[in-house]
Design a protein around this ligand. Structure first.
Ligand SMILES: Cc1cc2nc3c(=O)[nH]c(=O)nc-3n(C[C@H](O)[C@H](O)[C@H](O)COP(=O)(O)OP(=O)(O)OC[C@H]3O[C@@H](n4cnc5c(N)ncnc54)[C@H](O)[C@@H]3O)c2cc1C
Length: 397
């Protein structure tokens, strides 16, 4: 692996940085929504910005040109991602869902018509997806989903209930897993569909998250009739598509850059002598912990680079993505914990108060990071994947 970026890649980084500085509306930074904190206003700014990214060919940079991408190398895609996340541009999970997780799977399994329609819409920033995976009784054991899709003439009729669907209240489409052969072993009777969220029979109900925000939803499907071509790929082969889409979901490459910004802000705060150390030994502890976070984030950066490098070589990261997600979710929790210690009581002050530090970002991170080791599969599930796919250990009976 070559750890150095070429002069052209460094120039590209500068170009992205300047563009982000010029194009992110100041109102976005005033609102400063963190992960899972979208409001109608921040959502509108986010979609506007993503349309601008789309016009530059930077929203879905690795897509083929015929689907609105710019066939950008994966290393440049990494640089773009680092700059967007470091500068807290209006991008986040909702963009990842549509462009990389669903888009990545559609690119592999969709037919020409589906790729043309959905990938092009996503790449232009016109449409976005939500994920219809989890159900009230199926989370980690995703293969046990009970939502049914039954063929009826020239349609599929879908009935069931999905839960924790992030941004389903804004999404145009749902990438949905449903059982199409109840008599087959559970992994072999699932198919994947793309359904229009405006289809009659779909009801979306809000679930309020730990931050008091509406980010995820329950989605009820009652006799939802969708055309035959809503099916993606082969019937009953959906488990394979789900597994690939989940690998993409676990392959976030901008996380180290986002963390770096948080850690730098903490260091700055401590440097100014504002850290809440009441005794000498506490000051030493904070120094040690901040130094440790910097080292650990460099480890995470290498994991992100490894994933980008694997994509650039045409390889598909699998357990490597789980390793990275596992490490990054643990690390973000440590950053938030140290951050709360550095800020002391100021860390507990809510964003509305004049005493809040940086709009209470650390407190909001402290709360939201609890969900990072759950979404996309819990930390225990990532460990199982690393053990089985990475280390070749047997599945536990
Ligand atoms: C912020 C956030 C966003 C989300 N967005 C979406 C979304 O957009 N769409 C969607 O479909 N879902 C979404 N989810 C749901 C998420 O995928 C599930 O919550 C997750 O897969 C865990 O499932 P569960 O909640 O049913 O927990 P369970 O599966 O019931 O797990 C409970 C506990 O048991 C442990 N456990 C279960 N099985 C095993 C095992 N085999 N080995 C060891 N431990 C095990 C788990 O680690 C966990 O600690 C989201 C979740 C969060 C937190």
């Amino acid at each position: 692996m070559d750890f150095k970026f070429s002069p052209e890649e460094e120039a590209f980084r500068q170009e992205v940085r300047a563009w982000v500085k010029a194009e992110v509306p100041p109102r976005w930074y005033e609102l400063d929504p963190g992960l899972w904190e979208e409001t109608d206003e921040s959502w509108a700014l986010l979609r506007d910005f993503q349309r601008k990214l789309g016009q530059k060919g930077w929203l879905a940079p690795a897509y083929p040109k015929e689907y609105g991408g710019s066939e950008m190398s994966h290393i440049r895609r990494l640089i773009l991602s680092e700059e967007l996340y470091y500068h807290r541009a209006p991008v986040g999970i909702e963009m990842e869902i549509s462009v990389n997780w669903v888009g990545g799977a559609v690119l592999l399994f969709g037919n020409d018509q589906q790729k043309k329609k959905y990938l092009s819409e996503v790449a232009r920033g016109e449409s976005c997806f939500c994920l219809g995976y989890s159900e009230p009784n199926s989370g980690s054991d995703l293969a046990s989903i009970q939502t049914r899709a039954v063929e009826d003439g020239d349609s599929w009729v879908i009935n069931g209930q999905k839960t924790w669907c992030s941004f389903a209240h804004y999404a145009n489409y749902c990438w949905l897993g449903a059982r199409t052969d109840p008599s087959a072993p559970k992994h072999r009777g699932i198919s994947m569909f793309i359904i229009d969220m405006k289809t009659p029979g779909i009801t979306v109900k809000p679930l309020i998250n730990i931050l008091g925000c509406h980010s995820f939803n329950e989605v009820f499907l009652d006799d939802v009739r969708v055309p035959k071509d809503a099916l993606v790929g082969e019937r009953n082969q959906g488990w394979y598509q789900l597994a690939m889409a989940l690998d993409y979901e676990r392959s976030l490459i901008g996380t180290a850059a986002a963390n770096q910004r948080l850690i730098e802000e903490l260091i700055e705060y401590a440097r100014e002598g504002r850290a809440s150390a009441t005794a000498d030994h506490e000051g030493q502890l904070i120094r040690d912990e901040l130094a440790e976070l910097v080292v650990e984030n460099e480890v995470l950066r290498m994991m992100c680079y490894r994933i980008a490098w694997m994509y650039s070589k045409g390889l598909h990261p699998s357990y490597e993505s789980s390793m990275s997600l596992l490490f990054s979710s643990d690390l973000l929790r440590r950053i938030a914990k140290v951050g709360m210690r550095v800020l002391g009581h100021y860390g507990e002050v809510g964003p509305g108060s004049h005493l809040a530090v940086a709009k209470a970002r650390m407190m909001r991170t402290y709360l939201s990071c609890l969900s990072i080791g759950v979404g996309g599969g819990t930390n225990e599930i990532q460990k199982n994947i690393v053990a089985m796919r990475g280390l070749g250990l047997p599945r536990q009976q």
